[in-house]
Design a protein around this ligand. Structure first.
Ligand SMILES: CC(C)(COP(=O)(O)OP(=O)(O)OC[C@H]1O[C@@H](n2cnc3c(N)ncnc32)[C@H](O)[C@@H]1O)[C@@H](O)C(=O)NCCC(=O)NCCS
Ligand SMILES: Nc1ncnc2c1ncn2[C@@H]1O[C@H](COP(=O)(O)OP(=O)(O)OP(=O)(O)O)[C@@H](O)[C@H]1O
Length: 198
């Protein structure tokens, strides 16, 4: 039996870094951010709907989505974010479900679904358990500002666009503390895998 583990957390708490660790340890990982980029490739229906809803300024001259421009719009306006979610999420859900089924079909003992909005979009039912990657709020803000070259205000707006990390922590089945270095991260992933696959 495969154990299907959901992996989530706040923005920039380190989900992708932790997912990379699980990959190294042999687990197939389904990455919702990657799938979210695929469903808005040129020619896809979601991209046409986004252009119709947000106008031509969110499309680059080469026909691809201008992610920075759309991000600036939606992360500063909850109504616009709702509009984007209503367009994207049905396509996302279908693609994530297919990708998880394919990963489970490999027969791996543990399959990981890295889903930033796992709780916000009620994906809990797709998983046997959920691990939340945690970080003190000040470190989350600093890592987000540094990684995406955002001002404090822009970073705070992105954090505020998600369910508070505290609430995700309260719902979690497992916690992975990413405030320390790679050795501690690896040890926690190994321990969790041992628990799940054992
Ligand atoms: C708005 C977009 C174009 C901004 O692109 P950008 O390259 O700047 O960010 P990226 O996609 O790498 O996302 C970075 C992080 O932002 C957060 N985030 C992304 N989308 C959302 C959202 N709809 N609501 C809240 N937080 C979000 C997540 O923590 C994600 O890991 C992009 O995030 C997007 O298309 N979002 C809608 C799709 C979605 O819901 N993705 C989340 C998958 S669960
Ligand atoms: N233990 C750590 N120590 C220092 N920096 C770290 C650590 N783990 C991750 N980072 C850095 O923090 C930033 C956020 O990490 P990562 O991109 O994995 O977060 P994420 O949760 O996947 O983000 P998003 O929600 O945007 O997808 C990155 O720049 C990453 O290199």
């Amino acid at each position: 039996m495969t154990y299907v583990l959901g992996l989530t957390g706040g923005i920039a708490t380190g989900k992708s870094t932790v997912a990379a660790e699980f990959r190294k340890l042999g687990c197939p990982v389904v990455d919702a951010d990657e799938i979210a980029r695929e469903i808005v490739e040129p020619g896809r229906p979601a991209l046409r709907k986004i252009e119709a809803a947000f106008g031509p300024t969110v499309i680059r001259p080469d026909g691809t989505l201008d992610r920075k421009s759309l991000g600036d719009l939606v992360f500063n306006d909850p109504e616009k974010l709702n509009t984007l979610n209503a367009i994207d999420h049905p396509y996302l859900r279908a693609a994530i479900t297919d990708a998880l089924a394919a990963a489970i079909a490999t027969g791996a003992k543990v399959v990981v679904g890295e889903i930033p909005l796992l709780y916000e979009t009620h994906y809990e039912g797709s998983f046997d358990g959920v691990a939340v990657v945690t970080l003190p709020p000040i470190m989350q803000l600093e890592r987000l500002m540094a990684r995406d070259d955002l001002t404090r205000e822009a970073a705070q707006a992105r954090i505020a666009a998600q369910m508070p990390l505290e609430e995700k922590i309260a719902r979690a089945d497992f916690l992975i503390d990413n405030s320390q270095g790679p050795a501690m991260r690896r040890a926690q992933c190994q321990e969790l895998l041992g628990q799940l696959a054992g």
